[in-house]
Design a binder for this molecule. Structure first.
Ligand SMILES: [Zn+2]
Length: 439
């Protein structure tokens, strides 16, 4: 019987308590009498630290199969564990695409063989993410992979008829369609900068917020029509927030996520043409960032999701218009949210647990994650030092890629340790797995 006693931590930022973990479950919370401790109980002194349920990421690109030079399930799992995550949803736009039950099972098994984090495959909505013919949604849902989230992320399901059919289909098994909202007729593949005076001045193809807002408006109406659930990936504009707020007030089953980078970084960073800031949807001006923070605080936006998008150097180090879209996110999500939301007073730590653990677990239909810190819950835990300031060093990442937009920034709030079902998976920025397994 293995057991761990975390002493003096503040569950959800509340009063200090001891938390006893035994056989992967939380066995006691409060003052744990000495008699409860076994001789081989590992004691973790967590005085002054905050204990949260393990983080859950709705939006992770692991790149395996197909681009193992950028990330593998193992290296991405290591980055997730270091970042405090105990479950991640692996996006379907790999090569080949996760559009069959076999492909989903392969991702599930790769995750299990690393054992650092629960890797839950996302299924593609359409075959090959081409936007035309529905993928094997039912077979993926009924497989052992138990797929519940479907997304063509990287591409928008732009055809309204296809989106309608997907929503009708996933309703049967309580699934949800996660939409990358980008009307291709308003923002094409080359669009890479918030459409504004800035994009004109920089000479970069504009990506107007309306391309997101029209698709989200359409999708919430399709969700209402079908009685099904739609999830908006990486909300980036104040206008989208208004649409989601209206839809929720109507009782439409819509949920939404925001990325850490859209909560912190602004479009003016593009002035230097550094491709590390090229992401899809693009960084937006400060007014949008303010609206996103407020919407996360008031619950209009349900969850933070990283959109962790590792890229090899040769795909990222190009002229801005030719570089790949995306940024790393797993290792820095908690410090960014701590800095932007907690230190600003917009959220307390219980709020962080809501937006980074319980809400994403609920949206994804993941059992065993995102639960409270009460006796009988699985011991999926993250220990946070709320006062520790860290200067981000891109070179120190355990990801195989280096496209980290926070390099050199100092952020306050750090992950100290992560436990998956009672087993420690990361400690002080290092994954607890043989280096050759993830590097
Ligand atoms: Zn996307």
């Amino acid at each position: 019987m293995s057991s761990t006693l975390v002493t003096g931590a503040r569950p959800l930022g509340g009063e200090a308590a001891d938390v006893l973990v035994r056989d992967g479950m939380i066995a006691a919370v409060g003052r744990v009498p000495a008699a409860e401790r076994d001789g081989d109980t590992e004691v973790v002194d967590a005085d002054g630290l905050v204990l949260l349920p393990g983080l859950v990421d709705l939006h992770t690109h692991l790149r395996e199969p197909g681009r193992e030079d950028a990330e593998t399930v193992a290296s991405g799992s290591a980055a997730a564990a270091v970042g405090g995550f105990t479950a991640v949803l692996a996006m379907a736009n790999t090569s080949p695409v996760t559009d069959t039950a076999e492909a989903a099972l392969r991702v599930l098994e790769l995750g299990r063989s690393c054992g650092l984090v629960d890797v839950q495959p996302v299924g593609a909505v359409t075959k090959g993410i081409e936007g035309h013919e529905l993928a094997e949604l039912g077979l993926m849902a009924r497989s052992r992979a138990r797929v519940r989230v479907f997304s063509d992320d990287g591409h928008c399901v732009a055809d309204a008829r296809v989106m309608r059919r997907a929503l009708e289909y996933v309703k049967a098994f309580g699934g949800v369609v996660s939409q990358h909202a980008q009307d291709p007729t308003l923002a094409g593949r080359e669009a890479c900068c918030d459409e504004s005076e800035l994009s004109g001045r920089l000479g970069l193809p504009g990506w107007p917020g309306i391309a997101e807002e029209t698709i989200v408006s359409r999708d919430v109406m399709l969700a209402r029509h079908t009685g099904s659930r739609v999830h908006v990936a990486h909300v980036s504009t104040a206008g989208t927030v208004e649409v989601v707020r209206w839809a929720k007030a109507q009782g439409i089953a819509v949920t939404a996520e925001v990325t850490p980078h859209h909560l912190l970084l602004t479009s003016d960073l593009l002035a230097g043409y550094d491709p590390v800031y090229k992401v899809n949807p693009p960084l937006r001006p400060a007014e949008d960032v303010e609206a996103l923070r407020a919407a996360l605080a008031d619950g209009t936006i349900d969850a933070v999701a990283t959109d962790h998008a590792p890229h090899a150097r040769h795909d990222k180090e190009h002229a801005f218009v030719d570089a790949a879209f995306g940024m790393l996110g797993l290792e820095t999500a908690l410090p960014v949210v701590s800095e932007v939301m907690v230190r600003s007073g917009l959220l307390d730590w219980a709020g962080v647990a809501r937006v980074m653990s319980s809400a994403p677990a609920r949206i994804a239909g993941l059992d065993g994650h995102g639960q409270g810190l009460q006796v009988g819950s699985p011991a999926n835990l993250v220990l946070v030092d709320p006062d520790r300031a860290t200067t981000i060093d891109a070179a120190a990442s355990v990801s195989l890629s280096r496209n980290n937009p926070y390099d050199g920034r100092t952020l306050t709030g750090a992950v100290v340790g992560t436990w998956l079902r009672g087993r420690r998976t990361a400690s002080e920025g290092r994954p607890l797995l043989a280096e050759e397994a993830w590097a």
